[in-house]
Design a protein around this ligand. Structure first.
Ligand SMILES: [Zn+2]
Length: 139
C-alpha cells in the first residue's frame, strides 16, 4: 500500500493497482472508496494507516486494476514534491522516485518526458517561495 497526496492535501492511497480516496472514519477504521466514479470497490484500514499497512478490500471494482497508472501517479507526486524542495536536475529526481518500483513499471515510467516538463513548470511557479512552502498544499 502506498500513500499519495491528493491535490487538496488529503490523502489518497494506492493498493494493488487501484487508487482510493478517503471516504469516512469511524472510531477504529477508515473506509476508502475507489476513485473511479460509480465503482463499488472499497478499502478499509486502521486509523494508523500511515504506519500500519494492514487493510482489507471490500466490494467489487467495475474495472481492471492499472498498476502503471497508479505507479505514475505515485512517481509524479514524489517528483513534484522533491522538485519544490531540492535543486537536483529533473532526471535525477525521476530516477530517485522510480527507485524501488518493479523493473517493468520503472521502464514504462522511466522516460518521463512529460514529468520533466512538469518539474520545470513547477519550479517556475514556485519561484523564490520554495523554502516557505507548505508541502501539504502541493498540487
Ligand atoms: Zn474501482
Amino acid at each position: 500500500m502506498d500513500i499519495i497526496l491528493s491535490s487538496r492535501g488529503k490523502n489518497k492511497i494506492a493498493y494493488k493497482g487501484y487508487i482510493y480516496r478517503k471516504d469516512k472514519d469511524t472510531q477504529t477504521t477508515i473506509s476508502w472508496r475507489c476513485e473511479v466514479k460509480g465503482c463499488k470497490g472499497r478499502l478499509s484500514t486502521t486509523l494508523e494507516y500511515e504506519s500500519d499497512r494492514n487493510c482489507s478490500e471490500k466490494g467489487e471494482h467495475s474495472h481492471a486494476p492499472d498498476v502503471v497508472k497508479v505507479g505514475e501517479e505515485i512517481v509524479k507526486k514524489k517528483v513534484l514534491k522533491a522538485a519544490a524542495t531540492t535543486h537536483d536536475p529533473p532526471r535525477r529526481l525521476l530516477e530517485d522516485a522510480i527507485a524501488g518500483l518493479s523493473d517493468e513499471l520503472a521502464a514504462k515510467i522511466g522516460s518521463g518526458a512529460k514529468l520533466k516538463s512538469s518539474i520545470s513548470r513547477k519550479r517556475r511557479i514556485m519561484g523564490n517561495y520554495v523554502t516557505s512552502l507548505n508541502l501539504t498544499s502541493l498540487k
